[in-house]
Design a protein around this ligand. Structure first.
Ligand code: GAL
Length: 341
């Protein structure tokens, strides 16, 4: 093939691939939407579930999902979102590490006319399009109600409170729910909080330190640990194990992590709050694809995020202990009965 023909062939191939690249991306917007999923972390087991269930549901609807995990770093998460925007995604689904630190990134999405869905945790003071989560106040109420139903009533009950990450708006909602139940009992002296603290980034090792500090301060006369999720419960229980108190102190949790469900069967953790992630993730995929196609799916509620009333959908949660673990978490296929042995 002489050089003139090879040059002609080369320019034809170049033009074709440019046209194809342009049409395929533009085409992707409607027929095959591209979703940018920006996660705070994949450290906790639940986020791996969310990622996999969401991606599978979105792909089933014809979409493609690009996942980024920020490893609990705000600067990195803003960068992740900026790069998803520059890659031309059609919609962003964000689990903020810090709901107040995403305002700038959302502004960039607004400028690029890319809709934003806040997933599980609320992005504050920003023009987002939807918020999908569980009833997080109910999570806290379920945890505290479990304790008040099992704590001694013949003397003041002594409890330790381990809250979630101070950067996480959900941690405040869980505490609010717990306060709704506990405040009257604390006021009447029926419950005494011997120690309380927030676990930075929900780290189990931070929760263990908080529990060590509680035992140093209050001794081993502790009736319960109101831990805000299974990760922090696991950290606190490590400390209880070292003090020979595991199984003698009530411990709450959230997320129905596998390790937590095994602890509940063994009796070192008392309960967890099961949040059917499949419902949340599948609904989020449906909304994301619909929004990417220019539709305006309806919401069942709304929340003030400090800037606007955000159309929202909240899923229900289930309080789980040894008695109903099979009928809930196992029946739902979240964990197998064999895995809990
Ligand atoms: C919360 C979430 C909980 C828990 C925690 C730690 O925002 O709602 O399910 O996992 O983060 O990641």
């Amino acid at each position: 093939m002489n050089t003139r023909n090879s040059r002609l062939l080369f320019s034809l191939v170049t033009i074709f691939s440019l046209v194809w690249a342009f049409t395929s991306t533009a085409f992707a917007s409607k027929e095959k939407p591209v979703i940018g999923l920006s996660l705070d972390t994949l450290k906790e087991e639940r986020w791996q579930h969310d990622r996999d269930t969401f991606t599978a549901a979105a792909e089933k609807l014809g979409a493609r999902v690009i996942v980024q995990s920020a490893n609990s770093d705000d600067t990195r998460q803003v960068r992740d979102i900026e790069s998803l925007i520059s890659r031309g995604v059609d919609v962003l689904v964000i689990v903020p590490h810090n709901g107040a630190a995403m305002t700038r990134a959302v502004k960039s999405a607004n400028q690029a006319k890319i809709p934003v869905i806040s997933y599980d945790r609320l992005i504050l003071n920003a023009d987002i399009d939807y918020y999908l989560s569980f009833d997080n106040v109910k999570v806290g109420e379920a945890q505290a109600s479990y304790l008040t139903a099992h704590l001694p009533t013949d003397r003041p009950a002594r409890i330790v409170r381990i809250y979630g990450a101070p950067t996480d708006n959900n941690a405040k909602l869980f505490k609010q729910g717990q306060d709704n139940v506990l405040d009257p009992l604390i006021k009447s002296g029926k419950i005494v909080v011997v120690h309380e603290d927030w676990a930075l980034d929900w780290k189990p090792e931070v929760a263990k330190k908080i529990m060590n500090a509680a035992i140093t301060k209050a001794g081993t006369e502790i009736d319960a640990v109101l831990a805000s999720n299974d990760g922090t419960a696991g950290g606190a229980i490590q400390s209880l194990v070292e003090e020979g108190l595991a199984g003698k102190v009530l411990v709450t949790g959230q997320d129905a992590d596998l390790a937590a469900c095994q602890r509940i069967m063994r009796g070192t953790q008392s309960m967890t709050v099961y949040k059917p992630l499949k419902t949340l993730a599948t609904n989020a995929a449906r909304i994301a694809v619909s929004v990417a196609r220019g539709e305006q799916p309806s919401a069942t509620s709304s929340v003030d995020n400090g800037l606007k009333q955000v159309p929202s959908i909240f899923e229900q949660v289930i309080s789980v202990d040894k008695e109903n673990l099979e009928a809930t978490v196992v029946a739902d296929g979240f964990h197998s009965a064999a895995a809990l042995k």
